[in-house]
Design a protein. Structure first.
Length: 301
């Protein structure tokens, strides 16, 4: 997949338009709409912004940039176009359509969600886009909102679910388990002394931290998925300087320091709490591991 930080000049494209901050099932529906009959020869592209206003409202990331690129590539996207918002913010909807989508990108098919807005002051909507496409003689697909629980799927709903520890609902709206791939850093090695060696991972400042607690999880190492137990929070029994992810990978004993490892959260098991002793903590971890093995079985294939 080619990634452009400026608007390139392309030929014969089918373009999905939108924010695509989490690549959830609503975003995926817009991207899949590019697969229209008689459009197989068009290069599929996604047009968004590297710094759209929606990204500047304190909304933490629910998918890293690298993960978004991987997902889009797996979906068959050949070009990801991410210019700075300021480079086109003063274009009227008509000028954006005519000069950018048609003039630069040679769009032959456009797809967007029903709530899509574009152009200066967000004056253009999906209805205007459809009309402009009809006038130009190119295809346009306006995708209805994808519903979950009778309400439209949105990144804000996913953030709310994760903030409540409801990773199962978040996964249904994402179309995949919520996960993060972060570097393994040094810890106090207390888990090793307890017989439950753990990996510590620090969340980036702009990444969403799920509700503090203990999760059944799946950890992938060198292409192999292992059941695991992940504690997210500040480890009240022994203390931590900042919120982090601490994971015991059941059945794996290798050295992962300095490596990037993916942890996927399957189910919330209990709140983070302070135990009266290290022995009580050890017993709780082993109890959590038994439960996690059962909860993650279907995700290890």
């Amino acid at each position: 997949m080619n990634i452009y930080n400026r608007i390139p000049e392309l030929k014969s494209t089918a373009i999905a338009l939108g924010c695509f901050d989490g690549i959830h099932i609503g975003h995926q529906a817009v991207i899949k709409a590019l697969r229209q009959p008689d459009c197989e020869t068009l290069d599929q592209a996604v047009f968004s912004f590297s710094d759209a206003p929606a990204f500047k409202k304190g909304a933490e990331l629910i998918a890293s940039y690298e993960d978004k690129c991987d997902i889009l590539s797996e979906m068959g996207i050949e070009a990801l176009i991410l210019p700075a918002f300021d480079s086109v913010r003063d274009y009227s909807p008509e000028a954006f359509f005519r000069k950018i989508l048609i003039g630069k990108l040679d769009a032959r098919l456009l797809a967007c969600g029903e709530n899509y807005r574009f152009g200066k002051y967000a004056a253009g909507d999906s209805g205007m886009l459809r009309r402009l496409c009809e006038e130009q003689g190119i295809g346009c697909v306006v995708v209805p909102s994808v519903l979950y629980g009778d309400e439209p799927v949105s990144s804000s709903r996913i953030r709310a679910a994760l903030g409540a520890g409801d990773v199962q609902t978040a996964a249904k709206m994402l179309g995949r388990l919520f996960s993060y791939r972060l570097e393994v850093v040094n810890g106090r090695k207390l888990g090793r002394r307890l017989g439950t060696p753990t990996i510590n991972q620090v969340f980036p400042a702009d990444f969403l931290i799920p509700a503090y607690g203990v999760y059944a999880s799946v950890t992938e190492v060198e292409g192999v998925r292992y059941p695991s137990v992940t504690n997210i929070g500040v480890k009240p029994t022994v203390g931590a300087e900042a919120p982090l992810s601490e994971t015991w990978i059941i059945g794996y004993n290798g050295d992962l320091y300095g490596r990037f490892v993916r942890v996927s959260l399957v189910s919330f098991m209990r709140r983070e709490c302070k135990f009266p002793s290290i022995d009580a903590l050890k017993q709780a971890i082993h109890s959590d591991s038994i439960k996690s093995v059962g909860l993650t079985r279907d995700y290890l294939k």
